[in-house]
Design a protein around this ligand. Structure first.
Ligand SMILES: [Mg+2]
Length: 202
């Protein structure tokens, strides 16, 4: 018997190398508001945070000072820019289709992400990867965001899974999987996903 009956993937930073694109879009959209962002700050403090919490952090770096609501008002613009860049050049590792094809033979697969469905599903479809996933849980579809357990609990329920493996790149994401009571695998980048995953599944 395999140890797991499903694999639940985070999207940003696990399936797609999308964090540099999120960062570039935020930087561009918020620069006119006086927000200075650098990659190290974004990478170390912001990845895995809900967008509202991240914008509160960004607001502390505004010069002149602004409320985070001013930044939130630019969210639709950032979303559109991100979506068009992702669709134009989806940042999936070249080996990802082969990895998913191999896994799909033995496991149910789902994507569990705090990003909105409109940011994720069209990109998976454009890359021909959507058919590998039996379910997507996006944004607040489970009622709460990571690090709450609900997103992973809902994905397991949709798949009828009792012992899934959660694959994550961020602390809030790993905390969400653990709070759901599931085994977790931390990966450092989409490029190392296959190696980390097949090492764990052996
Ligand atoms: Mg992530």
């Amino acid at each position: 018997m395999p140890q797991f009956d499903a694999i639940l993937f985070d999207f940003d930073g696990v399936l797609a190398d999308s964090e540099p694109i999120h960062f570039a879009c935020w930087k561009e959209i918020l620069a006119p508001l006086g927000v200075a962002l650098d990659w190290e700050f974004y990478r170390d403090r912001c990845i895995g945070l809900a967008d509202g919490d991240m914008l509160r952090l960004f607001a502390q770096r505004c010069d002149p000072p602004r409320g985070w609501e001013d930044l939130m008002a630019r969210y639709p613009e950032k979303k559109d820019l991100f979506r068009s860049r992702m669709l134009h050049d989806p940042p999936f590792a070249p080996g990802l289709p082969g990895i998913l094809e191999r896994l799909h033979e033995g496991y149910k697969l789902a994507v569990v992400t705090s990003s909105g469905r409109t940011e994720v599903e069209p990109v998976l479809e454009a890359a021909g990867l959507r058919p590998f996933f039996d379910a997507l849980v996006c944004g607040r579809e489970a009622g709460s965001l990571k690090p709450a357990p609900e997103p992973y609990l809902l994905a397991a329920k949709l798949l009828g899974s009792v012992c899934p493996l959660v694959v994550e790149d961020s602390e809030p994401g790993l905390a969400s999987g653990m709070a759901a009571g599931f085994e977790t695998l931390a990966v450092s980048s989409p490029e190392t996903l296959g190696e980390a995953l097949f090492g764990r599944l052996q």
